[in-house]
Design a protein around this ligand. Structure first.
Ligand code: PHE
Length: 500
């Protein structure tokens, strides 16, 4: 190949022009197709210019090749007929068998070389002329030799008798290109350190950028299973008429995370063993965002109670409520929203809210626990809500997830009364599994916010990880979330359909 390229360039240098690449290939003793490869590549480098030369010729078919020596079918048939008495059709068939016999007989009759004599009994094929000239054979010989034949006869042989076939091909007229040279210089594709160091970049030829080429397909754009399940939860909530709460605040005041929720300051969950407190800044002054009168009512409900409650009877510390922490549950978001709902212009209006976001707990990490995970939380705030409403909504919500059989177990949360753990029967595992926690927010939480006395809030929460692990058959939470997650799991996980 390299030799072919060199000899082509040399020939072009000597003659300025190669009139026909076909001739060049013949004299170089290579197949023209091989030469075309070299031409294309030199053309792409602008070393040569190639102009198309269109060629057309007829070639013999496999069938007609045999007629070159044996004569055309009509001549074969004519020769098979005995001069004078002729022969029967059966005898002729035996002498010139197959298609050649049939076609030859038809042709010879048309040319009036033969006739059918039916005078005496069985019809006989007889000659009508003494001798014939095999024009078809002569034409085939011309075609085989590359000589041109008259158009009408060529059409007849090609279209009607299918004895010759048209062939088209291209060769090229070659001239020097803008970057003609006797040897190809391979243009560099990259600027290297070496070129810069040695200064060779000044003379180095660089390959042009191909701005039309497609880039390498990025392998990004895959959704993590948690995101897919989150989308499904969002759909279910929005279909049920819930509105999403703003959850864009990982760092929260102890006040909204605990105090507003009537969670006493000595509660073990407020210990550094359970909650991540911030060192810098360790606290946020409560006058930044918590109105003084509300703060006052919260302090008083913790210390002495009110709204029918006896309170906890301890000395509530402002400093404890000002500590910054990483929110331990999305209920911190709910408490902010409920306060806003109670104090919005125009007063309280019923609302249905949900949130899905990250929470943090200072926990020992194991196959089912992480120090950060996601919670899904829903709440309804309206007048006269009862535990029956909560059970009804939970049945509706979980049945949309595909969990149709629920049981409720009395439980305790500092901020709800009554409280219920939610269990669902898993047909797959043949057992009851805890799927969430729920309750009715206490008046000790709602009344200091300013919500009217007849307004109740029913609420529930669950983790996003648990249903995701069940759906995707993942049994170690560290395979789902965190630094040990395999990227191929993220790339290959299937679509998510809750509730099917
Ligand atoms: N905050 C509770 C938890 O972290 C869940 C919950 C939400 C319970 C709302 C009752 C009402 O488990």
């Amino acid at each position: 190949m390299a030799d072919l390229e060199a000899s082509l360039l040399q020939a072009l240098n000597a003659q300025e022009c190669i009139a026909d690449s076909g001739e060049f290939a013949k004299s170089a003793g290579v197949d023209h197709m091989v030469l075309v490869g070299t031409i294309r590549s030199l053309q792409a480098s602008e070393m040569i210019v190639a102009e198309d030369i269109d060629h057309f010729r007829y070639a013999l078919t496999e069938e007609s090749q045999g007629y070159l020596t044996a004569g055309s079918p009509e001549a074969q048939v004519f020769n098979a007929v005995t001069p004078g008495e002729g022969i029967t059709l059966a005898e002729l068939k035996a002498k010139v068998p197959g298609e050649a016999g049939d076609v030859g007989f038809k042709q010879a009759m048309q040319q009036r070389w033969l006739a059918l004599d039916k005078a005496a009994g069985e019809p006989r094929v007889v000659r009508k002329v003494d001798s014939i000239e095999d024009r078809t054979q002569a034409l085939l010989a011309d075609v085989a030799a590359g000589r041109e034949i008259p158009k009408a006869e060529a059409d007849n042989l090609a279209k009607k008798r299918k004895l010759i076939k048209p062939e088209q091909w291209k060769t090229y007229k070659l001239t020097k290109g803008a970057k003609f040279a006797l040897e190809r210089k391979k243009p560099a594709t990259d600027l290297t350190f070496d070129m810069l160091a040695k200064g060779t970049w000044r003379t180095q030829e660089f390959k042009d950028y191909n701005f039309n080429a497609f880039g390498v397909l990025p392998s990004g754009g895959h959704l993590h299973p948690l995101l897919k399940v989150r989308t499904q939860f969002r759909k279910i909530f929005t279909q049920m008429g819930f509105e999403e709460m703003p959850t864009n605040q990982y760092v929260e005041l102890s006040f909204w995370n605990f105090d507003a929720l009537f969670q006493p300051q000595q509660h073990p969950a407020r210990d550094a063993h359970d909650t991540f407190f911030l060192n810098k800044p360790a606290a946020t002054a409560s006058d930044r965002g918590v109105p003084a009168d509300y703060l006052q009512r919260v302090q008083s409900v913790h210390e002495v109670g009110g709204y029918g409650s006896a309170g906890y009877g301890y000395s509530w510390k402002l400093a404890e409520s000002e500590k910054n922490l990483l929110r331990t549950h999305t209920t911190a978001v709910s408490s902010r929203m409920l306060y806003r709902l109670a104090n919005q212009p125009g007063g309280f209006k019923p609302a249905k809210y949900f949130s899905i976001d990250r929470v943090f707990r200072n926990e020992q990490v194991d196959r089912t626990h992480l120090a950060e995970f996601h919670q899904v939380e829903g709440l309804i705030c309206d007048r006269g809500l009862t535990l029956g409403d909560l059970i009804g909504v939970l049945n509706q919500f979980f049945s949309r997830l595909g969990l149709k059989k629920l049981r409720f177990k009395p439980a305790y949360n500092p901020y709800t009364e009554p409280s219920m753990e939610i269990f669902s029967y898993s047909e797959q595992l043949n057992k009851w599994m805890e799927v969430g926690n729920s309750g009715m927010f206490r008046p000790e939480m709602l009344r200091p916010m300013g919500l009217p006395e007849d307004v109740n809030v029913i609420a529930w929460g669950l983790s996003l990880e648990r249903p995701t692990m069940i759906l995707y058959g993942i049994d170690n939470i560290r395979d789902l979330f965190g630094h040990k997650v395999s990227l191929s799991m993220v790339r290959k996980n299937p679509i998510c359909r809750l509730g099917l």
